[in-house]
Structures are given as C-alpha cells and as structure tokens.
Write a protein that binds this ligand. Structure first.
Ligand code: G4P
Length: 282
C-alpha cells in the first residue's frame, strides 16, 4: 500500500512552530490514545527541547483503559507529564490546570528566584491533524475565555487565550504531520482515519484490520458480525458482507461496502475500546 506525503506543508508548519516555540514555556502535545507513538512526530522532541512537556492521551474513550494506563506510565517514565483525556466529552480537562502548574514548576521557581511573580505560563497545543487539538482548546478555554490582543514586542501578531491568571494558551495549535514512511505506522494511522481514505485501497485496509483484530482482540469480529474469524482478511470481509447483507447486483457480496462498514464501526468505537499499539510492538 502506498501513502502520500506533503513536504511543502510540513516545512512551512515546522518553521512556524519553531518561531512559536520561542514564545512559550510548555508544549502540550496531543496524541491519539489508540496509537500513542504512531501519532507522534519525532521532530517535536528536537523542536521542543528545553521546554516543559505535557502529553495528552486524547480519545482515551476509544482506547482500552488498561492500555491507557500502560501508555501513561510509559511516557511518565520518559519524563513527560501525562493526562488521559476525552476532549470531546471533557473527561480529564479539570485536572489540566493543576498538571500545567506541576509541569512548569521549575520555570515558576526560576521566576520566583529572580523576583518575577505571577508571570503566567505560556503554552502551545500541538499534534497531528484530527487528533483533537481544536476540540481540546475549546474544552479547556470554555465559554468564558478572553482572547488577549497582540502584545507589542513580546507576542507580535499572536493571539493568546488567557485561561486564568496563571496560564495563557497560544490561540492556534501547531500542526505536525505524522511520519508514515514506516508501513505499520501508515496502516495504523489509516485505520484511525488520519489518512484520507480516497488515497487508500479500502478493502485492503479493512482486510488488514481484521487480521490485527483476530490476533489481538479475538472474538470481537465474531461477536459483532456473527462470523467465523479467519486468518484470511478477505474471508472476514466476505463474512461481514454476508451477515450484513452487503450485496451488489446479482446477489454478489459487496466487500467494498463491508470494508467501509467495518472501518466506520472501528473508528466510532462500535467494536469496543481498542488500542492498536503497545510499548513492545510499536
Ligand atoms: P484537530 O483540531 O486536531 O484537527 O482535531 P479536531 O479538534 O477537529 O477533532 C477531530 C475529530 O475528533 C472531531 O470529530 C472531534 O469531535 C473528535 N474528537 C476530539 N477529541 C475526541 C475524544 O477525546 N474522543 C473522541 N471520541 N473523539 C474526539 P469529527 O468527526 O470531526 O466531528 P464530530 O464527530 O465531533 O461531529
């Protein structure tokens, strides 16, 4: 399978992020809890070095809870602050303010020693497209958010959202593109819907997904679609097409329709909470 790649956008977005990094104390990085490593862009560690770091495991409602804890421990071990989040429903949002203060305590202490009191922490939200950045900013800022104007000299041309007296958030999130030269990473990102389906072979993608599910989440397909699970992904698609009456003229099985149905069910959590990678298999 072949994945497309947009170096032009990436270069521009990266340059802008480099500029924004100079203005902030804390990088708030959203990752998708179903693919916490594949949904990260490794460039961020370089771009955000010397900054306090907070990782949000977003869409945690779609990932397996046990694995959310495993991943949270994994990133904490590496020195990041971590929060499990459901930006859509607001789960985890309340704890964010406290975690931000904790993540930036060294900076706050440095300020205090220099006699600077009450300078708010400045933060920027970053992540790959569709990971939930806008949803998160809206949930965190809420209705009461006041956008601060341009501050000459310091934040020229930038809009900041003042969350409270302690935290200001850069209005526009930083977009990072995932690195999907690696086919496994590409597959996982396609399964969660991060890569446009039009550029992919839907049936192949869905057949591969059934392969993963049969191995890692046995009986999920069996229970959902009442099929016999097979090691052959296309056989699973035929089974789904049959049980869901996906037919084309002449009563032929419409495996393309079955593939779309499966991907849609998976992406919307209708197959249950599923995590696609573990610290061992990424
Ligand atoms: P972005 O700025 O990073 O590009 O992402 P955005 O906030 O636009 O969110 C992308 C999609 O992910 C949205 O769905 C949003 O509702 C959904 N989303 C964000 N956070 C969560 C979460 O924690 N859990 C779940 N389940 N979904 C989340 P959409 O399909 O574009 O719209 P809609 O389904 O909300 O109507």
């Amino acid at each position: 399978m072949h994945f497309q790649w947009y170096p032009g956008h990436m270069t521009k977005a990266k340059r802008m992020m480099q500029e924004n990094m100079k203005l902030i104390d804390l990088v708030i990085e959203l990752v998708d809890a179903r693919v916490p490593v594949s949904s990260r862009n490794p460039d961020l560690d370089e771009l955000g070095k010397n900054k306090a770091r907070l990782i949000l495991l977003n869409k945690s409602d779609l990932a397996e809870e046990r694995m959310n804890d495993v991943w949270a421990a994994y990133f904490k071990e590496k020195g990041y602050s971590v929060v499990k989040l459901n930006a859509k429903k607001g789960g985890g949002i309340k704890s964010i303010q406290g975690v931000i203060q904790e993540a930036c305590k060294e900076k706050i202490e440095r300020d205090r020693k220099r006699g600077i009191l009450n300078r708010p922490v400045r933060a920027m939200v970053v992540g790959i497209p569709n990971v939930g950045k806008s949803t998160f900013i809206n949930a965190l800022a809420g209705k009461a958010c006041a956008k601060t104007g341009n501050k000459p000299g310091v934040t020229k041309g930038k809009q900041w959202i003042r969350l409270n007296k302690n935290v200001e958030l850069l209005d526009t999130p930083g977009i990072l593109w995932p690195k999907f030269e690696d086919q496994t990473v590409g597959l996982r990102l396609a399964w969660i819907g991060s890569i446009k389906d039009e550029i992919l072979n839907t049936e192949e993608l869905a057949a591969e997904l059934t392969g993963f599910l049969v191995n890692s989440y046995p009986d999920v397909l069996k229970e959902k679609y009442e099929i016999e699970e097979s090691a052959d992904g296309f056989e699973n698609l035929r089974g789904i097409a049959e049980s869901r009456h996906c037919l084309v003229k002449g009563n032929e099985l419409d495996t393309e329709k079955a593939a779309k149905l499966l991907l849609d069910d998976f992406r919307n959590g209708r197959l249950g909470r599923i995590t696609l990678e573990t610290p061992e298999n990424n």
